[in-house]
Write a protein that binds this ligand. Structure first.
Ligand code: ADP
Length: 162
């Protein structure tokens, strides 16, 4: 059985992430979307909030699970007994960072294969940080994020959060 992990910050999940997980779920028997909770980045959403929103979004996808971890992705992959790592690529800028990460991970865990899925053109400009910025300024992000995320952001910023 081929199992893969799709790790990321997902702060918050966007339609770009949803497209990647949907396509990955057709390629592998099981895919775990894993929220990375490393301290250092200051996320808008807690790991638990991010997981809940992902769960609400992928609930109709039977072979997708939601997890989380802190620490090294290679350690999480080993603990999950998988050697397949999914990442999404939007542009050359992603490629530079992702190539370095994939090569480093391969050094740390030689059996690990990073598989890149190219973003669909219509999602290639969507990023979690842009979505947060628009929502913070009171803009409509419904065309960029799954509905549970849209509702969460509306409520969050309506309460006066920064
Ligand atoms: P990270 O901080 O780990 O890069 P992100 O949540 O920003 O976490 O992204 C997780 C993965 O999803 C990365 O591989 C990233 O390139 C990819 N990704 C982000 N946005 C999109 C998008 N709009 N389309 C396709 N892939 C995306």
């Amino acid at each position: 059985m081929a199992r893969a992990i799709y790790p990321g910050s997902f702060d918050p999940m966007t339609l770009g992430h949803l497209d990647i997980i949907r396509r990955a779920s057709r390629l592998f028997d099981k895919v775990v979307m894993a929220v990375v909770g490393n301290p250092g980045k200051s996320p808008l959403l807690s790991v638990e909030e991010r997981k809940k929103l992902i769960q609400a979004t992928v609930k109709g996808m039977p072979n997708v699970e939601v997890g989380s971890f802190e620490g090294l992705t290679v350690d999480y992959a080993k603990a999950s007994e998988t050697t397949i790592l999914i990442r999404g690529l939007r542009a050359i800028s992603d490629f530079e960072a992702e190539l370095g990460m994939a090569q480093t991970n391969k050094e740390l865990f030689p059996e690990l294969e990073t598989i890149f899925l190219m973003s669909k053109a219509e999602y290639s400009f969507i990023s979690s940080s842009t979505v947060k910025e628009i929502a913070r300024l009171g803009g409509d992000v419904s065309q960029f994020v799954p509905e549970p995320v849209n509702l969460y952001l509306k409520e969050h910023f309506a309460r006066g959060a920064k």
